[in-house]
Design a protein around this ligand. Structure first.
Ligand code: SF4
Length: 300
């Protein structure tokens, strides 16, 4: 049994190392999807872009450096068991791990507090790192999904509330305009996250949860899954290609997360992740032993 101080130190150090892993190496599902996509491109230019992507990703691993210079701001999606014994210190631990990882990895300092207009220098700041909490009843474990939110893939984000008379179909041109507008600058192929909710803020939160969902998963409702496929096929038929330089594919996938809507609203938000989709998962047991389900063979 670890003492309180050594447990806290172990928790911080494990998350710091997990941040380092996720900055350098893409999750297995993302790598597998990029490999599939490389095989489906047939022009020399598209093949060269994918080859440079894979060379960059391999060099990052060889040199143990982040795979993109924009390491973004870090977002944590925490599924917290109600009896996880370190719940009280989790926010403090994550914040300190980000502070240390900014130096040790290193990560580019990106956090600027509004109204100070000064970079804090350590990727922490007002409500930063951003932490989203979900409570898991009767569990003593904690699962943390980490996402590096870069600027290029945050800029295309949009949200809008439609009237029901516009119909659910109204979200399709809205999503296509977002992707063919600034989405093209976000280092395609993209993972597109769509949130459908009852107002702008729950749609926006759901759109990022859609982004961090594992590739290969589908919306649980058959109509939701069908809409994901239709939008994926439609975006891939535009000829956008990797880096927006003409190819057979634009997106790694389209994920939709939804909540019930108000009778009189259809709220939609769209968010994207770039090809260096740095999203990783770590799950802790109550004794702080951990598993890394998205990184086969890795240890910290
Ligand atoms: S869009 Fe992604 S890959 Fe491109 S510069 Fe930004 S973080 Fe890096």
């Amino acid at each position: 049994m670890l003492g309180e101080t050594s447990a806290k130190e172990k928790f911080i150090s494990t998350i710091e190392k997990f941040i380092a892993l996720a900055a350098v190496r893409l999750s297995d599902d993302v790598m597998a999807r990029l490999e599939e996509m490389r095989g489906r491109e047939d022009t020399p230019l598209q093949k060269a872009i994918y080859d440079s992507y894979f060379e960059n990703l391999q060099m990052a691993r060889n040199l143990n450096r982040p795979c993109c210079q924009d390491t973004g701001l870090l977002q944590f999606y925490v599924k917290a068991g109600t009896t996880f014994p370190h719940l009280d210190i989790t926010r403090e631990v994550i914040t300190e791990a980000v502070r240390r990882a900014t130096k040790s990895v290193p990560l580019r300092p990106n956090a600027v507090n509004y109204f100070d207009e000064k970079n804090t220098g350590d990727n922490t700041g007002e409500r930063t790192p951003w932490i989203d909490w979900e409570i898991v009843p009767a569990s003593s474990e904690m699962e943390i999904t980490l996402y590096f939110s870069g600027a290029g893939c945050s800029l295309p984000g949009q949200a809008r509330v439609f009237k029901p008379s516009d119909g659910l179909e109204a979200i399709i041109p809205f999503v296509f305009n977002a992707i063919t507008g600034s989405g093209i600058n976000a280092c395609p192929p993209l993972l597109v996250g769509i949130g459908l909710g009852h107002n702008i803020e729950n749609a926006a939160v759901l759109s990022k949860k859609a982004c961090v969902r594992l590739l290969g998963t589908k919306h649980p409702h058959p109509k939701g899954a069908e809409l994901e496929k239709r939008i994926t096929d439609g975006l891939n038929s535009l000829g956008m290609g990797a880096q927006g330089l003409c190819g057979n594919q634009a997106v790694m996938g389209v994920h939709i997360e939804s909540s019930a809507r108000h009778t009189a609203t259809i709220a939609c938000a769209v968010n994207v992740s770039c090809y260096t989709m740095r999203r990783g998962i770590i799950s802790f047991k109550s004794d702080l032993s951990y598993e890394l389900p998205t990184y086969r063979g890795a240890s910290l």
